[in-house]
Design a protein around this ligand. Structure first.
Ligand code: PLP
Length: 393
């Protein structure tokens, strides 16, 4: 629970209206455990880790230590970590880098984040459909692998809009049979706060994560590149990250990401239980108190923090405005393209109509979500839906 005008540092000013931040899928507030170790590298310890000054080795050492932590949290060797400028870059490096080295074309699911989907489209790859819960259609995947030209398959571990978890082990089994020379990439950006990525992503040669989804800073992420997986750099320059990603290291960001990962792993099982119960209370409460409310997808196949619902006859854009006024931060199942609201490609791929897609909202919970946030949402959302329906009648 936050208050309007109150900074994350706890300085209270302005309107004391409470805010329920239920928009953790786009970004999360930074964990204090990540802020503290970051600060010295923004101040006195600002040196370039590749520099020749006496202080540079300290920055290098900080990166080495962070690399060890990140590798352990992701279940790989330190040398298999490539630090990037976030999840989008990690996904782009995986796809463009793999295709540049191996030739051929990529395949992905229709519910991937645009960082993957647009890369696959740019590389003239194939897109595989999903079922009504957003789970990849494995028969369609077999079909897409035909012809022997596929060199990389990208299937996200958990979806950013509806939270569906994909059967990665099954995908890997199918690849072994139908495209044994292709590599598997998984976008684990939304999965990391909730799932044991180290064990679930083991079949993937390439695994992308992003710090700001689990209490780290924006603009830093990592790609696991398993040893023996050739990936060409997409950013050229000074040859950092063993020539896989050039550019001066974001030392503060990398150190903070490692700290946020450690804290996430420490709390993950208890947070999954706590937040999952809050999500269930929210979803069940909305379904029982709002006529014409429908939950998206099968909850048992979703990450704990995702609550995705639609309300018959309601435009989510208008609903979000009323919710914002009531202090509830959420997102719509739509994206703004050239000023017009476009229905989400994820919901359309799951078989929803344009109208259904445009009446959907995503409430994404996180480690800062409290019972009071859910109380506020369970009051504000039914009120806002009723107000919109009254206006329309
Ligand atoms: N992949 C998924 C599934 C995401 O949800 C996001 C961000 O929303 C990204 C990739 C992009 O990550 P970043 O914001 O770090 O570029």
């Amino acid at each position: 629970m936050y208050w309007r005008g109150r900074s994350l540092g706890g300085v209270r000013s302005g309107d004391p209206t409470r805010i329920a931040y239920l928009d953790n899928a786009p970004t999360t507030p930074m964990r204090p455990e990540a802020v503290a170790p970051m600060l010295p590298f923004l101040a006195d310890r600002f040196r370039n880790p590749s520099g020749a000054h006496a202080e540079s080795p300290a920055a290098r050492q900080a990166i080495d230590e962070a690399r060890d932590v990140v590798a352990e949290c992701l279940g790989c060797q330190p040398g298999e970590i490539v630090f990037t400028g976030g999840g989008t870059e990690a996904d782009n490096l995986a796809l463009f880098g793999a295709v540049a080295r191996r030739g051929g074309i990529p395949v992905c699911t229709a519910v991937e984040h645009h960082a993957v989907l647009h890369s696959v489209q740019e590389l003239r790859g194939r897109v595989v459909g999903v079922d009504a819960d957003g789970v990849v259609d494995l028969d369609a995947l077999v079909g897409a692998l035909a012809g022997g030209t596929v060199s990389v398959v990208s299937v996200m571990l958990a979806n950013n809009e509806v939270g569906t978890i994909q059967p990665l082990a099954e995908v890997a089994r199918i690849m072994r049979e139908h495209a044994p020379n292709a590599v598997l990439h998984t976008d684990a950006v939304q999965a990391f706060p909730w799932l044991d990525v180290a064990s679930l992503a083991w079949p993937a040669e390439l695994v992308a994560v992003s710090a700001h989804k689990f209490g780290g800073p924006k603009g830093v992420g990592a790609l696991v590149v398993r040893s023996g997986t050739p990936v060409a750099p997409i950013i050229h320059g000074g040859g950092q990250e063993r020539d896989r990603r050039s550019g001066t290291h974001n030392v503060a960001g990398i150190v903070a990401m490692a700290a946020a990962m450690q804290a996430t792993l420490r709390d993950r099982s208890s947070e999954v239980a706590r937040v999952g119960a809050l999500r269930d209370r929210l979803a069940d409460g909305l379904l029982s108190s709002v006529p014409g409310a429908h939950e998206t997808g099968d909850r048992s196949k979703k990450i704990a923090g995702n609550c995705h619902v639609r309300f018959d006859g309601i435009e989510s854009e208008a609903l979000l405005v009323l919710l914002d006024e009531a202090g509830v931060c959420a997102s719509a199942g739509s994206a703004c393209a050239s000023g017009a609201m476009e229905p989400s490609q994820v919901l359309r791929a799951m078989g929803f109509t344009v109208a259904q897609s445009l009446s959907s909202v995503r409430l994404s919970l996180g480690v800062t979500t409290t019972e009071a946030d859910i109380d506020l949402a369970l009051k504000a959302i039914p009120d806002a839906v009723a107000a919109l329906r009254a206006r329309a009648s």
